[in-house]
Design a protein around this ligand. Structure first.
Ligand code: PLP
Length: 393
């Protein structure tokens, strides 16, 4: 019993009434694209394992091998004695693939965003204020980074670069360093930012361009290394994760050597956290070897997503601006999303309901995420089940 339990319970009751209470439901992976939950095997359309690498033998073998050879933990933070030669090797491999001078590993994507943004907005660094322009649908970790830095976000309408241009122009006379912070693929809508146009805007307004490539890394861009490459060298910082298409865990920032050296000196989330352990680095290293070779899987993934969107549109389902492996089915109301998700589960499909505050009020949805591990039969099972569940609403 804790002192605040009555308040915790009141809060949870409020969430129950709004259909927005969440809970943790343990699952067990059951091979590619499948999980076991509540005694049943389900086709999993809710994971971010877009290339099916989480269970890939090369990742698992290298994770085991590196743990056996170098131990379970890194024993210290990066700046103390936790920077193993392995960190440096993975960072160098990643920078080569991203085509940047340098790269820096972080313990998670959340941690990277929450910690890197405050380091960038540092008044001592900038010699003044940061003017931070953010997409309205940015991930919670990006909001958290801005909030932690105490900056006011100047939000532009989702993917509306005319609006961004107008806001940049409106604030042109204000002193301060401009930042544009956005995702290259949006996690809940599955649509893409126009990276070349963003880069041109950043150039024109003298803004620092920060791209979150969490859902593009492994899936889009040359050799699957994300969309920042389309910025023609004008993306100042690309962060991404190893936790989604790369099948493992952890995150990165890629950019100039000076940027990475600065973060090593100023970024609390890197300085005051224990470094990633050898097993995680082994899985990262193996994923970086595999990803550039998976063009056929990437093409198949996008073709499946195209088919799924076409099937949904045929059923009158709104898929927002999806043009990637993430395909939402917008229901609007929370209860609808929850009841559809339950009906799909009865039919052997895991399609998790996403509700506010993860998405804006009135845009609850089922978020389907495809994986190269899914078969054509899996996709047909999904479309059939959604057609049944949707018509029974
Ligand atoms: C756009 C975006 N950025 C960052 C993150 C956080 O990454 P991680 O899961 O590695 O902490 C996520 C995770 O869902 C995300 O969707």
């Amino acid at each position: 019993m804790s002192l605040l339990d009555p308040l915790f319970r009141q809060h949870l009751d409020r969430l129950d009434r709004r259909h927005t209470r969440r809970s943790l439901l343990p699952v067990r992976p059951e091979g590619a694209g499948r999980i076991r939950r509540g005694g049943r095997t389900l086709l999993n359309f809710s994971s971010n394992d877009y290339l099916g690498l989480a269970a890939h033998p090369l990742l698992v073998e290298r994770a085991c091998a590196w743990a056996q050879r170098w131990g379970a933990g890194s024993t210290a933070s990066r700046l103390v004695c936790g920077t193993l030669e392995l960190h440096a090797e993975v960072e160098a491999k990643l920078a080569r693939l991203k085509g940047t001078e340098a790269a820096l590993l972080f313990n998670s994507g959340w941690q990277a965003n929450a910690a890197v943004l405050p380091a960038l907005f540092d008044r001592e660094l900038l010699g003044g204020d940061a003017l931070v322009f953010t997409d309205r649908l940015n991930h919670a970790s990006l909001h958290h980074g801005c909030a932690a830095a105490g900056v006011r976000q100047i939000r532009f309408r989702h993917n509306d670069l005319d609006h961004l241009d107008g806001l940049l122009a409106r604030h042109a006379a204000e002193p301060g360093t401009r930042f544009i912070v956005t995702e290259s693929v949006f996690s809940m809508d599955g649509d893409r930012a126009d990276v070349p146009a963003l880069a041109a805007l950043a150039e024109r307004h003298g803004a620092f361009l920060f791209l979150d490539e969490a859902h593009a890394t492994g899936v889009l861009g040359p050799r699957g290394m994300g969309l920042a490459a389309l910025a023609g060298g004008r993306a100042d910082l690309a962060m991404g994760t190893f936790s989604k298409a790369l099948g493992g865990f952890g995150a990165y920032v890629a950019g100039s050597q000076a940027l990475c050296d600065y973060l090593v000196n100023r970024c609390g989330g890197l300085i005051y956290a224990t470094a990633l352990p050898p097993a995680v680095l082994g899985a990262m290293d193996a994923a970086l070897d595999l990803v550039p070779t998976l063009d056929a899987e990437r093409a198949r993934l996008q073709a499946m997503a195209e088919r799924l969107r076409a099937a949904f549109h045929g059923l009158g389902i709104d898929t927002a601006g999806s043009s990637t492996q993430i395909v939402p089915a917008i229901t609007g109301a929370e209860e609808d999303a929850l009841s559809l998700s339950r009906r799909l589960e009865e039919r052997g499909i895991l399609g998790i309901a996403i509700r506010p505050p993860t998405v804006p009020p009135g845009t609850s949805r089922l978020r389907f995420a495809l994986s190269a591990a899914h078969t054509d039969a899996d996709l047909e099972a999904l479309t059939g089940a959604v057609a049944d569940a949707w018509s029974a609403r």
